[in-house]
Design a protein around this ligand. Structure first.
Ligand SMILES: C[S@@+](CC[C@H](N)C(=O)[O-])C[C@H]1O[C@@H](n2cnc3c(N)ncnc32)[C@H](O)[C@@H]1O
Length: 196
């Protein structure tokens, strides 16, 4: 680990993922955002130092750590799996990525009013496609999927005009109509939105 100079780490998913333990890097292709996508999303979500972005379902913090390298502002990830939070915070410390933070918990416990940007990589999907689940450590069910989606959408609606949102691998129909689609990237998988 940490065999490459820090700036080089952010130029290749392979090198970046190698900074994590093997069981974590093995999940990367499907479950963690690629660095090119992170760069585009982060530069949109955080145009200046006043940006305060929350990653809903942060995993091992690849988005938050990468975003803090590519853009100004603060990036906080909320993650329900404690082992991922521990692994991510360890890497944050090693890299000195001090504008990235990971907290342990359910996203329903955070105060969305603190943030002016939201990143969301289809985090609730494992509740409806159990075979895509990261592990067996947490409860999953279609009911939780409905609950989480409804809660997230209500929070997005309540956020002020100007709130920036980046979604990766998400159906357009799941975003409230008060969010205007600004642009799409990476074969429409990454979508950038602003609340009107
Ligand atoms: C697809 S991964 C995305 C990881 C990270 N955002 C990235 O892009 O690299 C989704 C993560 O969301 C987490 N998650 C799912 N439901 C959650 C919830 N209700 N509260 C907190 N984390 C959740 C999962 O444990 C998983 O680590």
């Amino acid at each position: 680990m940490l065999t490459a100079p820090f700036t080089e780490i952010y130029q290749s998913d392979e090198v970046f993922d190698h900074q994590y333990p093997i069981y974590v890097s093995a999940l990367s292709e499907i479950h963690w955002t690629p660095l090119k996508v992170i760069e585009t999303a982060a530069c949109f979500l955080a145009p200046d130092q006043s940006a305060n972005v929350i990653d809903i379902g942060a995993g091992v913090g690849k988005f938050c750590i990468g975003a803090a390298h590519f853009a100004p502002g603060r990036f906080t990830g909320i993650e329900q799996r404690l082992n991922f939070v521990r692994v991510g915070n360890k890497l944050i410390k090693k890299l000195g990525a001090n504008r990235a933070t990971l907290i342990h918990g359910n996203f329903m416990d955070i105060d969305f009013a603190q943030y002016n940007g939201v990143y969301f990589f289809n985090s609730f999907h494992e509740n409806i496609v159990l075979s895509d689940s990261l592990d067996e450590k947490i409860d999953r069910s279609p009911e939780l999927y409905e609950l989480y989606n409804a809660y997230l959408l209500a929070q997005l609606v309540a956020m002020p005009a100007g709130t920036r949102l980046a979604t990766y691998w998400l159906s357009v129909t799941e975003i409230p109509g008060c969010y205007k689609l600004i642009s799409s990237h990476f074969d429409d998988l990454l979508k950038l939105w602003v609340k009107e």
